[in-house]
Design a protein around this ligand. Sequence first.
Ligand code: 5GP
Length: 193
Amino acid sequence: MASEENDASSGRLLLAESDVVGQVIVSEEDLQSRIIELGAAITADYQGRPPLLVGVLKGAFMFMSDLSRAIDLPAEVDFMAVTSYGSATRTSGVVRIVKDLDLDLLDRDVLVVEDIVDSGLTLSYLQRYLLARQPASLEVCALLVKEGQQRTALDLRYVGFTIPPDFVIGYGLDVAERYRNLPAIHAYTGPES
Ligand code: 5GP
């Protein structure tokens, strides 16, 4: 039993001590307490009109899971998956929809749940795409926004944290599909950073 516990904790340490996992940018505690605040604000703002939460996979899966539990309303949840072309750490803004929504947006109060806004090009594309489905309202809740990077004007109703413009991993965010399961946001110190 003792050795199983050791194996589990050393597995977590091995992940955090990999040569690409840098310093903590937003701690697990700060993430969780800010998400409680965001959930309370959304609960207050959407009284009488429960939102349809639209998560953008894969990066927002963990944020959606925690945020949806912090919202005290009969919200519905749907996901879409997009890939944006570009290098490993830079988007080109050209977005391909890999998985579309299952639910109809017509006359719904839609709240997009996004992991991170860098240039803003992905979100700007998504907003245009979703508005064409004629929701009653369309707002955005972004966990992270990179300071001074936006190349398009965006109206972000809810923002978790503004962070420096460096590439980050963890809490849903990956490099080549890894590190999504880190419980905090870390700097990426790999070859492309
Ligand atoms: P944007 O179109 O705003 O430049 O980029 C948005 C998308 O690029 C995000 O949804 C995310 O998938 C990816 N992205 C942007 N910055 C980062 C980052 O620092 N780390 C990771 N892992 N992905 C990022």
